[in-house]
Write a protein that binds this ligand. Structure first.
Ligand SMILES: Nc1ncnc2c1ncn2[C@@H]1O[C@H](COP(=O)(O)OP(=O)(O)OP(=O)(O)O)[C@@H](O)[C@H]1O
Length: 673
């Protein structure tokens, strides 16, 4: 096991030096160790604070829970998390204990890498990987993942939202999806949104778009308040916030914390937030603070007692210094030199050890009454209840309709995307149309007809898949986040995506085929035109299903943008024009049997050439009958109907695989204790 304390705590000399400091620490009580991982490293024979004996082993008989007020909504004891790194394992959280009561706001403060987010994730039930021990109790009982998730909310550090929705729309769709129809009417949901807008002072910007790095929207502080508002809609009993002030200026940071505190107090919500280095004003807003360093608790208690506590340890915070800065400096390892690092490690170990002793002392009656840690009762006595307000899920159809409306609104607002789809289709149709202008019925037109039909098929692959894949990744991240809060099912999301991308794909293909058909003068009859359009629509459906499958299978967009074009290129290679299907080696022949481009192209060729007659040009390879061409190119194996059936079967297979992969990806893989 390895940690930043290694090489220090195991070093006997360091422990002796540490014990010198500890010896001066409160000596009116019996000192004992309750932090097993440190205790186990104390060299045998180290004198205790009175210098009269050996430091006692952990006092197992001390029930730390007995010190936790009965109204604590969430309490955690002995949380230890160990993760494996490449060469060794590392302790990220070390015997962390604490609790939070309704109506109070607690800050987890520490330098970068102290374990703040990890602690918040463990408490909110969002930790995966590593070996986690200890216990987390909700209302004094073990947490049930489903009901705990519904009773709590988590505001993530990065605010991922639909950039084209307005503030009010964002909250309204969140209310529609998160609040059950059985308990909230449409008007009540709207009222709830208005209340949140008012409470978080968002009324002035309620009609502004959220925006993103690409299109400017509301400010960072406003975005954060919208994120908080979304999570407050369900009236959570516990609100977790990961670095809600990160990236904000001091005024916005203060406003965010002030509002959280105010709402937490008014609505009796227990708010727990990580914060890196708050200003003095923000620091004073917290009811209690947890100071973390290298996974160890350095202090947990009322904010107002922190200065006194550290003073008792011999660390006097200068009058004009921000206490939070002072504490974080104390807790931070100094990597500027070996000597500074050793000294800072000593100090941090000293602080961790001192707090551990305080915890032990608190078990005694005198200390329970002492001013330091549990002297203040923030919450009036109230009974904690595990019953949650929002347990009923909305119907599948309601979720689908709401998600589809939200997706559609987003899509329609994405004017550059829509315009580029239409312009691309129109421009390509004109170029292709005039390149193969007014095809005749001679030998040369055979090659041109085969070429133009291949481009029609090609135009339903890359131009459809790539932009949709890009849009899907943004949406998928939002879905994964909303799913982690059990906001809706995966199926309505998936079907909503499949159905909202489709009209755009079909429209751009229709624009393209109309242009090409009439300018190139492909064989025109209503039957042939609509048959081509029908096959093209089926290929579009396959492309959307392929996009969903890749988007669900691959974790990052960078990889998806390598894999998707690679597969499409193979499809085009085996599509029937570049290599004759009859001559493909047996070992790889199967590729064209599962290749949608082949079936679409075969149907196009069959449709176009089946009734055509050609004249022979002197010196050219001569085919008089279109059926000869179909036979020569290996395109007549199936009827158009069979080709369409194969396309739809491939689309169904892609949809299914994509759905299974997305479900797997969206399934929470968290460790529960
Ligand atoms: N799964 C993991 N595997 C390996 N190391 C991890 C893992 N999770 C967290 N860590 C490490 O644990 C330490 C604490 O991480 P955490 O994100 O909790 O820190 P933090 O206090 O929130 O820091 P910051 O303020 O920079 O976000 C870091 O050094 C991090 O690299």
């Amino acid at each position: 096991m390895d940690s930043d304390f290694d090489g220090f705590i195991q070093d006997e000399e360091s422990w002796h030096s540490l014990s010198d400091h500890i010896r001066d620490f409160p000596s009116n009580v019996h000192l004992a160790m309750s932090l097993p991982s440190i205790a186990s490293r104390v060299p045998a024979g180290l004198p205790n604070s009175q210098g009269t004996g050996i430091i006692q082993p952990a006092l197992k008989e001390l029930d730390t829970a007995s010190r936790v007020p009965s109204e604590a909504i969430l309490q955690w004891e002995g949380l230890t998390l160990e993760v494996d790194t490449k060469s060794t394992s590392r302790v990220i959280l070390n015997n962390v204990s604490g609790y939070v009561q309704p109506g109070e706001t607690i800050a987890i403060i520490g330098s970068s890498g102290a374990g703040k987010t990890t602690l918040l994730n463990v408490l909110s039930g969002r930790i995966s990987g590593g070996r986690l021990s200890g216990k987390v109790l909700y209302c004094g009982a073990q947490r049930q993942p489903g009901s705990f998730r519904r009773a709590t909310s988590y505001v993530q550090q990065d605010d991922i939202m639909h950039s084209l929705l307005t503030v009010k729309e964002t909250l309204l769709y969140a209310a529609k999806l998160r609040l059950p129809n059985s308990q909230y009417s449409r008007d009540q949901k709207r009222k709830r949104v208005d209340d949140i807008l008012h409470q978080l002072r968002l009324e002035a910007i309620k009609d502004s778009q959220i925006g993103s790095t690409k299109n400017r929207g509301i400010s960072g502080g406003e975005r954060k308040r919208v994120s908080i508002g979304v999570e407050l809609l369900t009236d959570p009993k516990v609100l977790f916030l990961d670095e809600p002030t990160s990236g904000l200026d001091s005024n916005s940071s203060q406003l965010a914390v002030e509002l959280v505190r105010k709402i937490a107090t008014e609505r009796r919500i227990a708010a727990l937030m990580t914060i890196h280095q708050p200003s003095a004003r923000i620091f004073n807003l917290f009811d209690r603070v947890i100071l973390l360093s290298q996974g160890h608790v350095i202090y947990f208690g009322p904010t107002t007692s922190a200065i006194t506590y550290f003073l008792k340890l011999g660390y006097s915070c200068p009058v004009h210094e921000n206490p939070a800065d002072y504490f974080v400096d104390l807790m931070t390892l100094d990597y500027r030199s070996d000597a500074a690092l050793t000294e800072s490690k000593m100090r941090v170990a000293d602080l961790a050890y001192s707090f551990m002793q305080y915890k032990t002392q608190l078990a005694t009656e005198e200390y329970t009454k002492a001013v330091f840690l549990y002297g203040q009762d923030i919450a009036p006595k109230e009974k904690c209840s595990v019953a949650v307000t929002h347990q009923v899920q909305n119907s599948w159809m309601y979720e689908y309709k709401t998600l589809a409306r939200r997706d559609w609104l987003n899509l329609m607002r994405n004017v550059p995307f829509l315009a580029s789809q239409v312009v691309q289709s129109l421009a390509t149709a004109l170029i292709v149309g005039f390149m193969f202008f007014y095809l005749k019925h001679d030998s040369a037109s055979i090659q041109n007809r085969l070429g133009v039909l291949y481009i029609v098929a090609l135009n339903a692959t890359f131009p459809i898949v790539m932009p949709a894949l890009y849009a899907f990744f943004d949406e998928r991240d939002i879905m994964l986040r909303e799913r982690s809060a059990a906001v809706y099912r995966v199926t309505p999301f998936y079907i909503s995506k499949a159905t909202t991308f489709m009209p755009v794909a079909l429209t751009s293909s229709a624009v393209f085929i109309c242009g090409v058909y009439f300018i190139s003068h492909l064989t025109f009859s209503a039957g042939k035109f609509f048959a081509t359009l029908g096959v093209l629509s089926c290929l579009n459906i396959v492309s959307i299903s392929f996009m969903l499958m890749i988007g669900s299978a691959v974790r990052t967009m960078d990889v998806a943008f390598v894999i998707a074009p690679g597969i499409i290129t193979i499809e085009l290679l085996f599509g029937g024009l570049l290599a004759n299907p009859k001559t493909i080696p047996v070992a790889i022949k199967w590729i064209h049997w599962i290749n949608p481009v082949y079936y679409a192209y075969a149907a196009f060729v069959l449709n176009e050439f089946s009734d055509l007659q050609f004249t022979c040009s002197p010196g050219a390879v001569c085919y008089l009958d279109g059926m000869q061409i179909i036979e020569a190119y290996g395109m007549g194996r199936f009827t158009i109907g069979q080709d369409i059936a194969m396309l739809l079967a491939i689309a169904a297979a892609f949809y299914l695989v994509g759905y299974v992969l997305l479900r797997w990806r969206a399934k929470p893989k968290f460790t529960w204790i």
